[in-house]
Design a protein around this ligand. Structure first.
Ligand SMILES: *[C@@H]1O[C@H](CO)[C@@H](O)[C@H](O)[C@H]1NC(C)=O
Ligand SMILES: *[C@@H]1O[C@H](CO)[C@@H](O)[C@H](O)[C@H]1NC(C)=O
Ligand SMILES: *[C@@H]1O[C@H](CO)[C@@H](O)[C@H](O)[C@H]1NC(C)=O
Length: 451
């Protein structure tokens, strides 16, 4: 169970095949880790203030929602593109930007673009069907915005845009979840080739040769320079250096051979006990032992600071690199993706729901709402800062993700979870693939096309 915890929540880096001795040591640390990792998924924020969102059941669900548009074929992009040329979509989107945050999940009988058989990039922990999940109902929903349509994902359109470009995903395991979803969606059109990776898969890069299109994943759950908490390595707190950047990915942004588009996604790691450094000294702490004598600091404020500094620096580097370049750079930031543990996540709390929530049926939690707002506001501020070389966009998925308690692996983050008879650790944080995370990339594509 401990190794499973480590797998799912701490390392997130595919570095799982530990030698036996390490496994034993790891096991010995289990209690510590369980307590420490609590913070990753338990919400330490104050009780939610009265929500500003109307709590009345939304009558428009039945009355005003347009009837589901006749499903465009998922497979065969060319067919769907003939009926709705991408230029038309672009123009329509430019004319009336669609609010994708307001909507509802509706049944969708179409098969997904990929599955565990057709895409081998799916991380084992996300391949729910292969792990024994027999109820695949969670696959058959699509997001229907209230006032407009969200076009089906078109691998051809995405790859056409990505031709001669490089897109990088940067962040935590949810960034990776989204990147792998995109890789699988694109794989249904063109085979990718893994061209580079580091030893523990914290960095990976693929190329779609047919398009000279590149996708990379960078592990950087704190965005700024930091050391992640790891009991195994004796690091009891995240160490965040708020005035330094994580150059492992920052140095790859823009400029010669750099990326053209970055998709950032982070948040969950900021909730873990952390020590904050600035100017060479400790300036605060979150969730620290009292005897350390550090000032308790709001992780929400630190998250905002990290997001702002990251976006400001991206704008600056984009400006510097952009001189003489005709192509605009894109920085997109995926908003917070909520988990759905019903109880204490470290005590085996499950996420047993089998259907999406209806819109209005569930209030967004306080921390989730704040984490989302920080990204939306900081992205807007970066966009308003007047850098023409870089376009900033928020992929505002928090609400639509919050409505999907049914899309997580639950026990099926590993094969035959009930075979051992022991307590099962549920993963109610990441997303099964295929699953709701594919919608993040549907919105990413529309964000790219909307100019
Ligand atoms: C996966 O997709 C392929 C091609 O669409 C299909 O033939 C196969 O039955 C699917 N497998 C599963 C397990 O759904
Ligand atoms: C291939 O794509 C890269 C970006 O990933 C670009 O720098 C390079 O110029 C492209 N090659 C050609 C031949 O266009
Ligand atoms: C914390 O403060 C107490 C009382 O001032 C002091 O005795 C102790 O040494 C301090 N601990 C650290 C780690 O500085």
């Amino acid at each position: 169970m401990t190794t499973n915890l480590l797998k799912t929540y701490q390392l997130q880096s595919d570095k799982l095949l530990l030698p036996k001795r390490q496994l034993i040591i790891t096991y010995a640390l289990s209690a510590l880790i369980a307590v420490a990792l609590l913070y990753l998924l338990v919400d330490p924020a104050p009780a939610a203030p009265a929500s500003t969102r109307p709590s009345v059941a939304a009558p428009w669900i039945q009355e005003e929602l347009p009837p589901p548009s006749s499903p465009a074929p998922y497979q065969g992009d060319d067919e769907s593109l003939r009926s709705a040329p991408p230029q038309a979509q672009v123009l329509a989107a430019a004319a009336a930007p669609c609010d994708y945050t307001d909507g509802e999940w509706v049944p969708d009988p179409r098969p997904p673009l990929y599955n565990g058989t057709t895409c081998d990039i799916i991380k084992d922990g996300r391949s729910c069907t292969a792990n024994g999940q027999t109820d695949t109902g969670y696959v058959h929903w699509r997001w229907q915005p209230r006032r407009c349509d969200l076009p089906a994902f078109s691998p051809a359109a995405f790859l056409r845009w990505l031709r001669n470009r490089h897109m990088a995903f940067v962040g935590d395991s949810l960034a990776r979840n989204q990147a792998e979803s995109l890789m699988c969606l694109l794989s249904s059109r063109s085979p990718p080739e893994l061209v580079d990776r580091d030893a523990d898969s914290r960095f990976r890069r693929w190329v779609f040769r047919e398009y000279n299109a590149t996708v990379s994943i960078f592990w950087s759950p704190l965005l700024v320079r930091g050391v992640e908490k790891s009991e195994r390595d004796g690091v009891r707190y995240n160490q965040l250096f708020l005035d330094a950047f994580d150059e492992r990915w920052m140095s790859q942004l823009f400029g010669g051979g750099g990326v053209d588009a970055a998709v950032l996604s982070a948040g969950h790691w900021f909730k873990i006990p952390s020590i904050y450094h600035r100017g060479g000294g400790v300036v605060g702490c979150h969730g620290c032992a009292p005897e350390l004598n550090y000032t308790e600091t709001s992780f929400l404020g630190v998250f905002r600071d990290a997001v702002r500094r990251t976006l400001t620096e991206a704008a600056r580097r984009g400006r510097d690199a952009g001189a003489g370049e005709e192509r605009e750079k894109l920085v997109a930031f995926t908003t917070f993706s909520p988990s759905h543990f019903e109880g204490d996540w470290d005590k085996g709390a499950p996420c047993p729901k089998k259907r999406p929530y209806k819109s209005g049926e569930k209030e967004l939690g306080y921390t989730e709402a704040e984490m989302r707002k920080i990204v939306v506001e900081e992205v807007a501020a970066a966009a308003a800062s007047g850098s023409s070389a870089v376009r900033f966009a928020a992929l505002d998925v928090t609400t639509l993700a919050d409505l999907r308690p049914d899309g997580h692996p639950g026990p099926y983050s590993r094969k035959n979870p009930f075979a051992g008879g022991g307590r099962v650790q549920n993963d109610c944080l990441h997303w099964c693939m295929p699953g709701p995370v594919d919608t993040f990339n549907q919105i990413l594509l529309q964000t790219i096309l909307r100019r």
